[in-house]
Design a protein around this ligand. Structure first.
Ligand code: SF4
Length: 101
C-alpha cells in the first residue's frame, strides 16, 4: 500500500513528465536559414519578402491565409504541410503560398 508521501511524490513526478511531454510536442519554429525555407524564399515577416525576386508577392499574403497553414487565422504560428515538424510564423510567407479558399 502506498503511503501519502509516496502518492504525492508520484503525482508530482507525473505532472512534471506531462509538462515535459507537452513542451516536446510543440514543434520548433522554422528558421529562415533552413535549406528548404531558403529554397522557397520563406520569411517570418511577409513584409520582408524580396519584391524583386517575388514580384507576385503582396503584403496581404501570409501563412495565416494560406491553404497550407494548419493553424487558425488568428494564430501567431502553426504547422505548414510543406515543413513537417516545424512551425511557421502566422505573418510569414513563402513562394508556395496558395490563397485559402
Ligand atoms: S506554404 Fe503557405 S503556410 Fe506554408 S510557409 Fe508557405 S505561405 Fe506559409
Amino acid at each position: 500500500m502506498t503511503n501519502r508521501r509516496e502518492f504525492i511524490a508520484t503525482i508530482s513526478f507525473m505532472g512534471t513528465a506531462l509538462a515535459a511531454n507537452q513542451a516536446m510536442a510543440q514543434a520548433a519554429m522554422l528558421a529562415e536559414t533552413d535549406a528548404q525555407a531558403v529554397a522557397l524564399g520563406y520569411k517570418a515577416d511577409t513584409k520582408k519578402v524580396d519584391a524583386k525576386k517575388f514580384p507576385k508577392h503582396a503584403d496581404a499574403q501570409m501563412c495565416t491565409n494560406c491553404a497550407l497553414f494548419q493553424g487558425k487565422a488568428a494564430d501567431k504560428s502553426g504547422g505548414c504541410s510543406l515543413f513537417p515538424g516545424k512551425q511557421v510564423a502566422g505573418a510569414g510567407w513563402c513562394s508556395a503560398y496558395a490563397k485559402k479558399a
